[in-house]
Design a protein around this ligand. Structure first.
Ligand code: C5P
Length: 233
Protein backbone atom coordinates (compact mmCIF):
# COMPACT_ATOMS: atom_id res chain seq x y z
CA UNK A 1 0.00 0.00 0.00
CA UNK A 2 1.72 3.18 -1.21
CA UNK A 3 -0.85 5.72 -0.07
CA UNK A 4 -1.13 4.76 3.60
CA UNK A 5 -0.59 7.15 6.49
CA UNK A 6 3.07 6.10 6.75
CA UNK A 7 3.89 5.91 3.02
CA UNK A 8 7.47 7.04 2.44
CA UNK A 9 8.34 6.68 6.13
CA UNK A 10 11.03 4.47 7.67
CA UNK A 11 10.20 3.01 11.08
CA UNK A 12 12.39 0.92 13.40
CA UNK A 13 10.46 -1.32 15.81
CA UNK A 14 12.07 -3.35 18.62
CA UNK A 15 10.20 -6.25 20.19
CA UNK A 16 10.56 -9.28 22.40
CA UNK A 17 12.70 -9.83 25.46
CA UNK A 18 16.42 -9.72 26.00
CA UNK A 19 18.44 -12.60 27.43
CA UNK A 20 21.50 -11.92 29.53
CA UNK A 21 23.96 -14.79 29.66
CA UNK A 22 25.24 -16.11 32.99
CA UNK A 23 27.35 -18.85 31.48
CA UNK A 24 27.31 -20.74 28.14
CA UNK A 25 24.00 -22.47 28.97
CA UNK A 26 22.08 -20.10 31.26
CA UNK A 27 20.54 -16.67 30.97
CA UNK A 28 18.33 -14.18 32.79
CA UNK A 29 15.27 -13.43 30.68
CA UNK A 30 11.71 -12.16 30.87
CA UNK A 31 8.23 -13.21 29.79
CA UNK A 32 7.86 -10.86 26.81
CA UNK A 33 6.10 -12.61 23.90
CA UNK A 34 6.95 -9.96 21.29
CA UNK A 35 3.27 -9.84 20.28
CA UNK A 36 2.74 -6.10 20.78
CA UNK A 37 5.90 -5.11 18.91
CA UNK A 38 5.05 -7.45 16.03
CA UNK A 39 1.55 -5.94 15.91
CA UNK A 40 2.98 -2.40 15.73
CA UNK A 41 5.37 -3.45 12.95
CA UNK A 42 2.54 -5.09 10.99
CA UNK A 43 0.33 -2.01 11.37
CA UNK A 44 3.19 0.23 10.23
CA UNK A 45 3.79 -2.00 7.18
CA UNK A 46 0.07 -1.92 6.37
CA UNK A 47 0.21 1.89 6.59
CA UNK A 48 2.93 1.90 3.92
CA UNK A 49 6.08 2.30 6.06
CA UNK A 50 9.41 0.65 5.42
CA UNK A 51 9.98 -1.27 8.67
CA UNK A 52 13.16 -2.54 10.29
CA UNK A 53 12.15 -5.03 12.97
CA UNK A 54 14.70 -5.76 15.70
CA UNK A 55 13.53 -8.82 17.60
CA UNK A 56 14.83 -10.45 20.77
CA UNK A 57 13.40 -13.63 22.28
CA UNK A 58 9.77 -14.03 21.16
CA UNK A 59 7.02 -16.64 21.07
CA UNK A 60 5.69 -15.33 17.72
CA UNK A 61 7.12 -14.96 14.22
CA UNK A 62 8.66 -11.66 13.12
CA UNK A 63 6.46 -9.64 10.73
CA UNK A 64 6.53 -10.61 7.05
CA UNK A 65 7.62 -7.73 4.86
CA UNK A 66 9.96 -6.12 7.39
CA UNK A 67 13.75 -6.16 7.36
CA UNK A 68 14.35 -8.46 10.32
CA UNK A 69 17.34 -8.24 12.66
CA UNK A 70 17.54 -10.80 15.46
CA UNK A 71 19.31 -10.06 18.74
CA UNK A 72 19.72 -11.79 22.06
CA UNK A 73 21.28 -9.54 24.71
CA UNK A 74 20.70 -5.90 25.65
CA UNK A 75 24.15 -5.18 24.23
CA UNK A 76 23.20 -6.66 20.84
CA UNK A 77 19.88 -4.77 20.89
CA UNK A 78 21.76 -1.58 21.76
CA UNK A 79 24.14 -2.04 18.82
CA UNK A 80 21.29 -2.87 16.42
CA UNK A 81 19.28 0.21 17.44
CA UNK A 82 22.31 2.49 17.12
CA UNK A 83 23.02 0.97 13.68
CA UNK A 84 19.47 1.13 12.26
CA UNK A 85 17.73 4.08 13.96
CA UNK A 86 19.81 6.89 12.43
CA UNK A 87 18.02 8.04 9.29
CA UNK A 88 14.67 6.49 10.27
CA UNK A 89 11.64 8.71 10.88
CA UNK A 90 10.53 6.88 14.01
CA UNK A 91 11.85 4.46 16.62
CA UNK A 92 9.32 2.35 18.54
CA UNK A 93 10.91 0.64 21.57
CA UNK A 94 8.45 -2.14 22.35
CA UNK A 95 11.20 -4.55 23.45
CA UNK A 96 11.26 -5.69 27.06
CA UNK A 97 14.86 -4.78 27.79
CA UNK A 98 16.56 -6.16 30.87
CA UNK A 99 17.24 -3.45 33.44
CA UNK A 100 19.98 -5.55 35.04
CA UNK A 101 22.39 -8.17 33.75
CA UNK A 102 24.94 -10.46 35.42
CA UNK A 103 28.04 -8.40 36.20
CA UNK A 104 30.27 -11.34 35.31
CA UNK A 105 30.00 -13.99 32.62
CA UNK A 106 31.37 -17.45 33.46
CA UNK A 107 33.20 -18.93 30.46
CA UNK A 108 32.26 -22.46 31.53
CA UNK A 109 29.05 -23.77 33.08
CA UNK A 110 28.66 -22.75 36.72
CA UNK A 111 28.94 -25.94 38.79
CA UNK A 112 27.36 -27.01 42.06
CA UNK A 113 30.00 -26.46 44.74
CA UNK A 114 31.51 -29.34 46.72
CA UNK A 115 30.82 -27.67 50.06
CA UNK A 116 27.11 -27.07 49.39
CA UNK A 117 27.42 -23.26 49.24
CA UNK A 118 25.18 -21.41 46.82
CA UNK A 119 26.51 -19.17 44.08
CA UNK A 120 25.79 -15.44 44.31
CA UNK A 121 24.91 -13.60 41.11
CA UNK A 122 25.92 -9.95 41.14
CA UNK A 123 23.94 -7.74 38.77
CA UNK A 124 24.80 -4.49 37.01
CA UNK A 125 22.61 -1.94 35.25
CA UNK A 126 22.19 -2.18 31.50
CA UNK A 127 22.34 0.91 29.29
CA UNK A 128 18.93 2.55 28.78
CA UNK A 129 18.74 2.31 24.99
CA UNK A 130 15.64 4.50 24.68
CA UNK A 131 17.06 7.29 26.85
CA UNK A 132 20.38 7.06 24.98
CA UNK A 133 18.68 7.45 21.60
CA UNK A 134 16.96 10.60 22.90
CA UNK A 135 20.27 11.92 24.29
CA UNK A 136 22.12 11.13 21.06
CA UNK A 137 19.50 13.14 19.16
CA UNK A 138 19.85 16.05 21.59
CA UNK A 139 23.62 15.91 20.96
CA UNK A 140 22.98 16.39 17.24
CA UNK A 141 23.21 12.81 16.01
CA UNK A 142 20.75 11.77 13.27
CA UNK A 143 18.23 9.94 15.46
CA UNK A 144 14.52 9.71 14.58
CA UNK A 145 12.47 12.82 15.35
CA UNK A 146 9.76 10.63 16.83
CA UNK A 147 10.73 8.13 19.54
CA UNK A 148 8.12 6.01 21.28
CA UNK A 149 8.68 4.08 24.51
CA UNK A 150 6.62 1.57 26.42
CA UNK A 151 6.06 1.45 30.15
CA UNK A 152 4.74 -1.53 32.03
CA UNK A 153 3.55 -0.10 35.33
CA UNK A 154 1.82 -1.47 38.42
CA UNK A 155 1.05 1.65 40.43
CA UNK A 156 1.31 1.60 44.22
CA UNK A 157 -0.10 3.29 47.30
CA UNK A 158 1.51 6.62 46.40
CA UNK A 159 0.87 6.95 42.67
CA UNK A 160 -1.33 5.55 39.92
CA UNK A 161 -0.21 3.73 36.79
CA UNK A 162 -0.67 6.93 34.74
CA UNK A 163 1.28 9.05 37.23
CA UNK A 164 4.19 6.62 37.00
CA UNK A 165 3.79 6.68 33.20
CA UNK A 166 3.91 10.48 33.05
CA UNK A 167 7.05 10.50 35.17
CA UNK A 168 8.66 7.87 32.92
CA UNK A 169 7.75 9.83 29.77
CA UNK A 170 9.49 12.90 31.20
CA UNK A 171 12.49 10.90 32.41
CA UNK A 172 13.07 9.17 29.08
CA UNK A 173 12.50 12.33 27.02
CA UNK A 174 10.67 10.56 24.19
CA UNK A 175 7.65 11.92 22.26
CA UNK A 176 5.14 9.27 23.34
CA UNK A 177 4.90 6.56 25.98
CA UNK A 178 2.55 3.59 25.67
CA UNK A 179 1.60 2.72 29.24
CA UNK A 180 0.07 -0.57 30.23
CA UNK A 181 -0.85 -1.95 33.60
CA UNK A 182 0.93 -5.18 34.45
CA UNK A 183 0.90 -7.54 37.37
CA UNK A 184 -0.82 -10.79 38.24
CA UNK A 185 -1.36 -12.50 34.87
CA UNK A 186 -1.95 -9.30 32.90
CA UNK A 187 -0.56 -8.48 29.45
CA UNK A 188 2.64 -10.55 29.11
CA UNK A 189 1.94 -13.31 26.60
CA UNK A 190 -1.74 -12.50 26.26
CA UNK A 191 -3.50 -11.62 23.01
CA UNK A 192 -5.40 -8.64 24.41
CA UNK A 193 -4.21 -5.54 26.19
CA UNK A 194 -5.27 -2.13 27.46
CA UNK A 195 -2.98 0.85 27.03
CA UNK A 196 -2.94 4.60 27.47
CA UNK A 197 -0.74 6.65 25.16
CA UNK A 198 0.86 9.70 26.79
CA UNK A 199 2.39 12.53 24.78
CA UNK A 200 5.27 14.90 25.54
CA UNK A 201 3.72 17.76 23.55
CA UNK A 202 0.81 18.09 25.97
CA UNK A 203 -1.91 16.57 23.80
CA UNK A 204 -4.56 14.61 25.66
CA UNK A 205 -3.82 10.95 26.50
CA UNK A 206 -5.41 8.38 24.16
CA UNK A 207 -6.65 5.03 25.46
CA UNK A 208 -6.81 1.87 23.37
CA UNK A 209 -7.93 -1.64 24.26
CA UNK A 210 -8.53 -4.92 22.53
CA UNK A 211 -6.49 -7.38 20.54
CA UNK A 212 -2.79 -6.51 20.44
CA UNK A 213 -3.22 -6.15 16.65
CA UNK A 214 -5.96 -3.52 17.17
CA UNK A 215 -3.82 -1.72 19.73
CA UNK A 216 -0.94 -1.87 17.22
CA UNK A 217 -3.12 -0.03 14.71
CA UNK A 218 -4.05 2.56 17.36
CA UNK A 219 -0.37 3.13 18.19
CA UNK A 220 0.48 3.54 14.49
CA UNK A 221 -2.42 6.01 14.09
CA UNK A 222 -0.92 8.17 16.85
CA UNK A 223 2.56 7.74 15.34
CA UNK A 224 1.25 8.97 11.98
CA UNK A 225 -0.33 11.95 13.76
CA UNK A 226 3.00 12.81 15.42
CA UNK A 227 4.90 12.52 12.12
CA UNK A 228 2.36 14.58 10.19
CA UNK A 229 2.05 14.56 6.42
CA UNK A 230 5.19 13.93 4.40
CA UNK A 231 6.32 17.20 2.81
CA UNK A 232 6.55 17.35 -0.98
CA UNK A 233 9.93 18.10 -2.54
O1 C5P B 1 12.50 2.05 32.52
P1 C5P B 1 11.67 0.97 31.86
O2 C5P B 1 12.42 -0.33 31.69
O3 C5P B 1 10.32 0.78 32.45
O4 C5P B 1 11.40 1.58 30.40
C1 C5P B 1 10.70 0.89 29.44
C2 C5P B 1 10.99 1.47 28.08
O5 C5P B 1 12.38 1.74 27.95
C3 C5P B 1 10.67 0.50 26.96
O6 C5P B 1 10.33 1.26 25.81
C4 C5P B 1 11.99 -0.24 26.77
O7 C5P B 1 12.09 -0.76 25.45
C5 C5P B 1 13.01 0.85 27.05
N1 C5P B 1 14.26 0.39 27.70
C6 C5P B 1 15.47 0.55 27.04
N2 C5P B 1 16.64 0.14 27.64
C7 C5P B 1 16.63 -0.39 28.88
C8 C5P B 1 15.40 -0.53 29.57
C9 C5P B 1 14.24 -0.14 28.94
O8 C5P B 1 15.48 1.05 25.91
N3 C5P B 1 17.78 -0.76 29.45
Amino acid sequence: QQNGALAGRAVVVTAGGTREALDPVRYLGNRSSGKQGVAVAEAALAAGARVTFIGGAMSVEPPAGAEVVRVESTQELHEAVMAHAPGADALVMAAAVADFRPAEYADSKIKKSEDGSNPVIRLERTPDILAEAVQARAAGQPMPGTIIGFGAETGDATASVLEFGAAKLARKGCEMLVVNQVGRDKVFGQDTTEVTMLFADGREPVAAAGDKSEVGVAIVTELAGLLGPLGRL
